[in-house]
Design a binder for this molecule. Structure first.
Ligand code: FAD
Length: 123
């Protein structure tokens, strides 16, 4: 049986930072996450909402470009499929960044998904 100094339940911003700091301090650390790394902030909250907001801002700027002395031919419209795909790409990039940062500290991850009771190591 593997022994850990610290087990963090939840790989959201609170959990992954705690684990990263503990790893840097030399503690053998494991994070148990039932869904995706990054928690609400990365996967559903802060990051997705900001990518959607940015697309809306760009469309709004384009539709009011004349105010800034910029001529745009036609009306800017939102391509929802593209906007969602872009959001998924940004989330994926940031989640893999967290995994890489944690791997550097030697922190082990156990992903336990839903009720399947399966676990896999992310590293
Ligand atoms: C729409 C929206 C926009 C937001 N925008 C911002 C923003 O701009 N700026 C900002 O600072 N904050 C924002 N927030 C708030 C931010 O998302 C939260 O403050 C942050 O996610 C809290 O982090 P946490 O690690 O405490 O919890 P969470 O992000 O909720 O992470 C908890 C993790 O624990 C896991 N977990 C729970 N129970 C178990 C279990 N029993 N076993 C294993 N794993 C478990 C969950 O799957 C989850 O991954 C926003 C939130 C929302 C909903």
């Amino acid at each position: 049986m593997e022994i850990f100094d610290l087990i963090v339940i939840g790989g959201g911003p609170a959990g992954y930072l705690a684990a990263e700091r503990a790893g840097h301090a030399g503690l053998k650390t494991m994070v148990i996450e039932k869904n995706e790394y990054g928690g609400v902030c990365l996967n559903e909250g802060c990051v997705p909402s900001k990518t959607f907001l940015n697309s809306a801002k760009v469309a709004d700027y384009a539709n009011h470009a004349a105010k800034y002395g910029v001529k745009v031919n036609g009306k800017a419209t939102i391509d929802q499929k593209f906007v969602v795909e872009r959001k998924n790409g940004v989330v994926k990039m940031l989640v893999s960044g967290i995994k890489a940062a944690k791997a550097k500290t030697g922190t082990v991850t156990s992903l336990r998904r839903g009720t399947k009771n399966s676990s896999e190591s992310a590293f």
